[in-house]
Ligand binder design. Structure first.
Ligand code: ADP
Ligand code: MG
Length: 683
């Protein structure tokens, strides 16, 4: 922050010499400013309670009068000091461990405050802390901050230091939020907030302080992301892609279905970006089956009409092939060429394809990571779409982006990220959300069953097949052993073939070559196989609307988001669909996930639970671990503040005065400092 207190050395504090300064340094505190902003992570409550309101097992602070002579018990080198105290006319037994020295001080009639754990039945208080008001009880009645400490710095020491810092320098804590935001959100001044965070008078005052600082933290975070984008955009010359609305309407009119309102809205948001001279950087998120592909298709159509090429990058070959098939169908009437580029092409085919791309003979290329190899060039790349973005690293995406002259970028995800986190991680992206699924979709009925009920499961498959519907049967992915994995799948395929001789049962796994996979998928998509036994290779994106039954073997071995993805392979047409999770009821953690799955089929709710179960770090996996750590804010609880902060930062950075007016200098200074930290010049 633009805050000169960060330049004030710790040794300016009375009683802090170079030794102590060094110890503080080890805690990441190197200036008075750092010390003042070293916030407690919780509070200990020493507020005095009344006996009628305390509950068994609580940690409480009470005030009373010594009512009996204390006596001491010794056992195994330890001591137990016992004394009766009257509190609110009740006789309480107070017990201290290893505090023999207190015995002399417990004189009958003396006032005392006791903090400790209350045991209702025996009216027993195991004392953790006690004070005598006649000696000035410092903690009693207060909320005491608890800091993270280490080395030789104790809790008491850091409290004292921070108190000292606030006394000496508190008056110099600058305000950095603009006045209009302070007024808009009725925030208390910064100086007041920081002081209250360290010394809250009561819960309400502490909460106000926290609210102010959490807002500030999230606002500055958003400002960083957006301020960076704002300056970045100024210099970037994105493509202006003119969009002819009649042409778009014509294309949409020829689709086999009417778009949902949600689809129309996000298409408008995307086309709006494409028309603008800045490069689009938009995240489209929508639950599985929400219909993202057709949104991408409209955007691709627009870029081609504007005279450019489009690229669609997907994580698996199976998905690439599926997209080529469905986009090919949509674009054929317009003479638009769609090609497939994956790692399984022969060298010659690959060379031909790259040459055609470069000459502009191909309009749209769909591919796996093979798309981002060095020798792939375009004549004029206008739009890059990444499907199932959570499967890609950030770097892979930016490589593809660099293959064009700053093309527009649309990133799609079917693992809906809670909006909070989308804003956090993709704060520099605009977010569009498909909120509704196509009309007429029925919720997928989900059941958990034990392995013993396999016969009933088989009956279910038969019943669906009799009605012309199809089934996916998923075998678990065995970590680190693709071989075992494949074997499992082959075994299951064999068992099912024996158990259901009247049905056609297909087999799909990672060891098959691309042509075999395509063949198997194609046959299934055409409805010629009743059941497809597969590994999780079909986890994402696969779209066969006639499939209505998803069975997951050993479902407790899958993560929640993954299960939701798998379930999303059904329920994509008008028929009632089902998901059967075969799980071990003894897996406790597994049961929590199964419960989430049977409770809801809303992907946003699922990822919220997933996040809760796993925590943000794991939720994003290693690839996305750019998760910022906040000092006070908690993303699960403070998401409304984050959204507010995001809007405020966007509003502010879009004004001309933000970049020029004196009033915003502290914020601009902050941005400049942050940019320096990232080693990126701002302009
Ligand atoms: P996802 O968002 O999971 O990628 P898809 O784009 O694969 O979903 O769409 C799922 C299915 O819904 C596809 O079969 C698609 O053709 C169909 N679909 C998409 N939009 C609509 C719509 N507006 N009305 C009816 N069906 C639709
Ligand atoms: Mg999809």
């Amino acid at each position: 922050m633009s805050n000169h207190l960060f330049q004030v050395p710790l040794t300016k504090l009375q009683g802090v010499g170079s030794r102590k300064a060094e110890e503080l340094h080890a805690l990441g505190i190197s200036s008075v400013g750092d010390l003042i902003e070293y916030y407690p992570f919780r509070y200990e409550d020493y507020r005095i309670r009344e006996m009628h309101e305390v509950k068994d097992g609580e940690r409480i602070t009470i005030q009373g009068m010594v009512a009996s002579m204390p006596y001491m018990q010794r056992y195994g080198g330890k001591t137990r000091l016992i004394c009766r105290v009257t509190v609110d006319q009740m006789l309480v037994t107070a017990v201290w461990f290893n505090r023999a020295f207190l015995k002399e001080q417990l004189t009958i009639g003396r006032e005392i405050t006791l903090t400790g754990k209350w045991e209702q039945r025996r009216r027993h208080l195991t004392v953790a802390d006690s004070e005598f008001p006649d000696r000035g009880a410092a903690k009693s009645g207060t909320l005491q901050p608890v800091y993270s400490v280490g080395g030789s710095i104790t809790q008491a020491a850091i409290r004292k230091l921070i108190d000292k810092a606030l006394d000496q320098f508190g008056a110099y804590i600058p305000e950095i939020l603009p006045e209009q935001l302070i007024t808009r959100h009725s925030l208390i001044p910064r100086r007041e907030a920081i002081s209250r965070i360290h010394r809250p008078e009561n819960t309400k005052s502490g909460q106000e302080a926290r609210r102010r600082m959490v807002y500030e933290e999230l606002f500055l975070f958003q400002l960083k992301l957006q301020g960076y984008r704002a300056t970045h955009l100024k210099k970037s010359d994105g493509l202006v892609q003119p969009v002819n609305n009649d042409e778009i309407r014509g294309f949409v009119g020829h689709l086999p279905f009417a778009l949902t309102d949600s689809q129309k809205q996000v298409i408008n948001e995307i086309l709006h970006d494409m028309k603008q001279p800045y490069a689009m950087n938009r995240l489209l998120q929508g639950d599985v089956g929400a219909g993202k592909t057709v949104v991408a298709a409209v955007a691709l159509y627009a870029t081609i009409r504007a005279g450019h090429q489009g690229a669609l990058m997907v994580p698996t070959e199976i998905l690439a092939e599926q997209h080529v098939r469905s986009l090919g169908k949509m674009f054929e009437p317009y003479g638009i060429q769609v090609a497939l580029l994956t790692g399984s092409l022969t060298d010659r085919k690959r060379r031909d394809l790259i040459a055609s791309l470069q000459m502009g003979l191909i309009d749209i290329v769909v591919g796996t990571h093979a798309l981002i190899q060095e020798d792939v060039f375009f004549r004029s790349l206008g739009l890059v779409v990444t499907d199932e973005q959570h499967r890609f690293g950030v770097q892979q995406r930016s490589i593809l982006r660099r293959k064009g002259m700053n093309p527009d970028v649309l990133t799609m995800t079917a693992t809906p990220i809670p909006r909070t986190l989308a804003i956090t991680v993709f704060g520099d992206m605009d977010v569009s959300t498909l909120r509704e699924r196509p009309k007429g979709r029925k919720p997928i009925k989900t059941y958990t069953v034990k392995h013993e009920l396999m016969d009933r499961v088989l009956g279910f498959i038969r019943k669906e097949a009799q009605q012309g519907r199809q089934t996916f049967f998923i075998c678990p992915l065995i970590e680190e052993s693709e071989k075992l994995d494949v074997q499992n799948t082959i075994d299951l395929h064999m068992q099912l073939t024996q158990a259901l001789p009247e049905l056609n049962i297909g087999l799909l796994h990672g060891r098959m070559n691309a042509a075999e996979k395509e063949e198997t998928m194609g046959v299934f998509a055409e409805g010629k196989t009743n059941v497809l036994v597969s590994t999780t290779v079909i986890e994402v994106g696969v779209d066969v609307p006639n499939a209505t039954l998803m069975i997951v073997m050993d479902a407790d071995r899958f993560g929640l988001s993954q299960l939701h993805q798998l379930r999303g392979r059904v329920g994509r047409g008008e028929h009632q669909s089902y998901c059967i999770l075969i799980a071990d009821p003894k897996s406790e953690n597994g049961q929590e996930r199964m419960r989430a799955m049977t409770d809801t089929d809303d992907g946003f709710e699922i990822s919220r639970r997933d996040l809760e179960i796993r925590g943000p770090g794991e939720f994003f996996g290693t690839k996305q671990s750019g998760m910022p750590e906040f000092r006070l804010a908690n993303l699960l609880n403070d998401f409304e503040v984050l959204e507010q902060a995001r809007d405020d930062a966007a509003e502010l950075t879009s004004t001309e005065s933000f970049w020029s007016s004196q009033a915003y200098e502290p914020l601009r200074d902050f941005l400049a400092r942050e940019a320096k930290l990232r080693d990126e010049p701002l302009d």
